[in-house]
Design a protein around this ligand. Structure first.
Ligand SMILES: O=C(O)CCC(=O)C(=O)O
Ligand SMILES: [Fe+2]
Length: 251
């Protein structure tokens, strides 16, 4: 586990939970500063993403963040919202201790997941988002749709599974860590609902069809704490997003 990027403390706790007995007290180790290695995303102003030319609006180096315009057409955004309405269920969060998905108050949204390649439109969007992120489609989780109503928010969190949480292990053992996220905004939000990175002092307003990419797991398996982020309170109207998470290995 430690080789897979888990802290010795978390590894110790998880092994102890697994064995149901005592584990040797791990020796503390200083976290190493995150190294910003080359981002896999193409460096151009316009990126050919499978079937579509996607414009780059802004790049941030530390943390690695890229804002894109027109990743989905207006019609594709509307279609994804329409087909999600019938599938929505209250969003869950992974309990750090146990690894079990739970409904908790820091995440007031509803969601739906589409299995990879589920139908023609989903397959196209899986391929387009994968090409844009320059990461194999097989390493992508199924597309997730989230809806926030007025008063909905997602408090600050990491998209990677925190190595200090013993419950993370079961989520990363086979497919590895999440390495990067692409959030596609499916509508223009009337008020609020920005995606913000408090430590980086960065805030992105939702714009229909646009997308926010951020990368937090480098080639060495280190995790970037500057990517802590939140979905700010939606103060009027609805907010719909589509999220694609990429893994180190086949998902
Ligand atoms: O709602 C947002 O802008 C952020 C969503 C998010 O962080 C997530 O789904 O992991
Ligand atoms: Fe997130």
């Amino acid at each position: 586990m430690v080789g897979a990027g888990f802290t010795e403390d978390a590894a110790g706790k998880a092994v102890k939970r697994f064995l149901g007995g005592e584990s040797a007290r791990p020796v503390g180790r200083e976290p190493t500063a995150y190294v910003y290695d080359d981002c896999p995303v193409d460096g151009g102003n316009v990126i050919r993403a499978y079937d579509r030319d996607v414009k780059v609006v802004m790049r941030v180096r530390q943390p690695q963040v890229i804002l894109f315009a027109d990743v989905l057409s207006e019609d594709e955004c509307d279609q994804m919202i329409a087909r999600s309405r019938t599938r929505l269920a209250r969003s869950t969060t992974v309990n750090g201790e146990t690894g079990v998905d739970e409904v908790i108050s820091n995440r007031t949204s509803e969601g739906a997941v589409f299995q990879r390649g589920e139908d023609a439109l989903i397959d196209l969007l899986d391929r387009r988002t994968s090409a844009l992120m320059n990461w194999p489609v097989e390493k992508g989780e199924g597309l997730q749709i989230l809806r926030y109503g007025p008063g909905g928010e997602y408090r600050p969190h990491f998209d990677y599974f925190p190595p200090e949480d013993p419950g993370s292990w079961r989520h990363v053992e086979i497919p590895g860590q999440r390495v990067a996220t692409l959030i596609v905004y499916l509508n223009d939000v009337e008020a609020g609902g920005a995606t913000a990175f408090p430590e980086a002092g960065l805030s992105v307003a939702p714009k229909k069809g646009g997308a926010l990419y951020f990368r937090y797991c480098n080639g060495a398996g280190q995790l970037d704490p500057l990517t802590r982020h939140c979905g700010e309170l939606v103060t009027a109207g609805e907010k719909w997003i589509m999220t694609k998470w990429m893994r180190q290995r086949r998902f």
